[in-house]
Design a protein around this ligand. Sequence first.
Ligand code: ADP
Length: 485
Amino acid sequence: MKVLLASSEVHPYSKTGGLADMVGALAKALASAGLQVGVITPLYKGILENFPDMQRLDWAVDLPLGTRRVRAQIFRREWTPGLTVTFVHQPELFHRAELYQEKGIDYPDNAERFIFFSKAVAHVARYLPNPPELVHVHDWQAGLVPLMIRHQRDRAGWGPPAPKTCLTIHNLAYQGVFPARWYGATNLPLDYFRPDGVEFYGSMNCLKAALLYADTITTVSPRYAREILTEAFGCGLDGVLRRRRPSVVGILNGVDYTEWRTEGNPFLPHAFTAHDLRGKDAAKLALQRELGLPPARTTPLFGNISRLVDQKGSDLLLAALEEMLATDIQFVLLGSGSPALEKAFQDLSRRHAEKVAVRIGYDHPLSHRIEAGCDFFLMPSRFEPCGLNQMYSLHYGTIPIVRATGGLDDSVIDLSEDLELANGIKFHECSTRALAKAIRKALALYQEPDLLHKYRENAMAADFSWDRTAAAYVEVYRQTLAQHS
Ligand code: ADP
């Protein structure tokens, strides 16, 4: 099977969140399952310097973008056997300080940037010497690809059989909605710009296009696949999704355990296993020292690594901490996002310097040390398509405290669900009160060393290997390829 994954971010080349982790790990897992896998992604600033073994191909694409023509150079890297990454090098569009926005403000030409990327994906898929049978697009940034492929197949003639398409929704809240005037940059006929097409209340909606024109749709957890069919979680697209209901499949993301590991991990100061947790105790003390908190082995340490946005319930966390900091706890946060929330967490750490440490920014090595050094990991998300940090926490023997939504509900087991296999604490109501109550439960658990040990054993035994997730995607690809178009 020949598959091309198209994504605006791929770890380890570029990353702002779980999308990058997922696409990078899926690509590797599919290649080790024997598929011929390609990944296509923009060549952002810094990638060439970090991966000097990159090859500049004798291939420049020249595509219309509205009223002008834009050229891009194609680069390629052999990542692992059977897995190549194709990079679209267009400095004017992709050489920026960040991927999508700076200081919380989106780049004003994001529509054009990712329309161009989608065009380049469709073009490369068509003219690759060994073309894919299926193009798997991720999120709105590649959302126009299925339409572009379908349009070329039906109206412009593709030549050999056009590839099937599959969309994975990593977060329905981000849809790539732009004023209608940007539609011109697609150079597609106006007849796709209608309510049962790309149009969305007068604007253009890139994710909606993918929902309508992809052959199959997946999302990143079974519960989120059910949630997004409802008005409460559908972000205005639940009606469209309900129409495509039989094609919407939820597949829980996996964890790349070659990277997220407690032994031989270059980012961790000490190794540990479920049978010998001494290294985890040492990691806790090292983390407290690193972040300027008093080293205290017996003080329960809570952590959070997150984009600071409404979705992640960062405001609930702030309010619950205000209440809970009266008890003997410590809290560490790594994140960035809304300037108001960044400031509020920094204020909190100033007022409680002995108990709260806050790092604003993005720091991959530190994220490993927080996952390993904390006793509990907090994820009070309002909604969470999959969430990866709770799975990393479990593997690092750090007990996740999660709101029972989306992938958080699918990956964590509460005592009320299974006495024997409990590995985390869940709460349901989206409120400060419910979160504070869950934190109190964690404090009670902390006072019961035997039970805490059992939770940790269960947590570290949880298995979210990519083999299983990749096998589920292969099955989806197989069914998609069998569909008659
Ligand atoms: P989302 O994609 O919605 O942000 P996920 O839980 O799916 O949330 O994935 C988040 C990923 O990004 C995880 O790998 C997490 O460790 C990482 N991450 C988020 N914020 C930071 C940060 N400030 N520094 C380092 N890693 C971060």
